[in-house]
Write a protein that binds this ligand. Sequence first.
Ligand SMILES: *Cc1c(COP(=O)(O)O)cnc(C)c1O
Length: 348
Amino acid sequence: MLPLRRNIAEMAGYVPGFQPADAERWIKLNTNENPYPPSPRVVEAIRNELGADGARLRQYPDAGSRAARAAAARLYGYDADWLILANGSDELLNNLIRAFAGEGDEVAYIHPSYSYYGTLIAIQGARPRTFGLTAQFKLADFPARYDGKLFFLTSPHAPLGFAFSLAEIEDLAQRCSGMLVVDEAYADFAADSAVTLVRRYPNLVVTRTFSKSYALAGMRLGLAVAHPEVVAALDKIRDHYHLDRLALVAAEAALEDQGYLRQRLAQVCATRERFSVRLRAAGYPVIASQANFVFVSAPDGNGQRLYQQLYDARILVRYFSDALLCHGVRISIGTDAEMDALLQVLGA
Ligand SMILES: *Cc1c(COP(=O)(O)O)cnc(C)c1O
């Protein structure tokens, strides 16, 4: 037997959404990727960084991500020491647990939500606790005072798509004696963001990703806004060269092209609304979404059958076997043509 830590030996790893080898033969609506390309300025920045011969790749990247941090600081209206870039927001979630929770400490998240929190908690050997949702999408049984080290609040919620209000988030920040991490992976598609609350609550961290709204899932980029003390802690424990040179210039260019972002967000949100209306009209209950996906219930309550029906038409969506989610599927918002193809399969 290997001398593995017991929690590592006993845990199951995270299972990401299926990435088919022959992606071009599928309509791929299962991992909330953006159907449109990233900003042309991102592509240009990567080309410039590569140059004709890739000579710059000989040298290490800027360990402090200074240019990209400065761009994020300008965008969000914070000084640069309130911001940290990361190798996907997954890196931030991981390092927040490492920084704030020791073995046996309690870390909470919503069930159902992003199941990767549970994996990260298991790796750390921390103690998971979950809070459920009411039928109105409020937190169920959240105590007046919560003493766990961290609470991960996914807003907009994944995989259901609704968002918590800023008043609810503020209330939670006050009730948590530990850290409240608002995972805003989808906030660019939503009406509100908790970023502006960070200044007022030292225990509040907001994480963002470039994977969905900026169409850069393949670059692995995320960021967090938090009090400088939190950012300093995250800076201490991260890998020093966690972002490569191409990712750094991509992040800076993406953040600086807000015009392009806004145009693409408007397209995705318009498609989401149109798709939701048509699905509902065909008898499929759809939760109102503030993200780039919708959670759709199967009319007969059998999400797996709905998944299979779409799979057989070479349309990939996400089915979760969890008892609270198996009545439906999560469908990423693709192009209008892709969503029309899906509607056609469902006879909508
Ligand atoms: C996609 C997603 C992430 C991960 O984002 P990356 O930046 O690609 O690591 C984090 N949280 C939620 C809720 C997500 O859906």
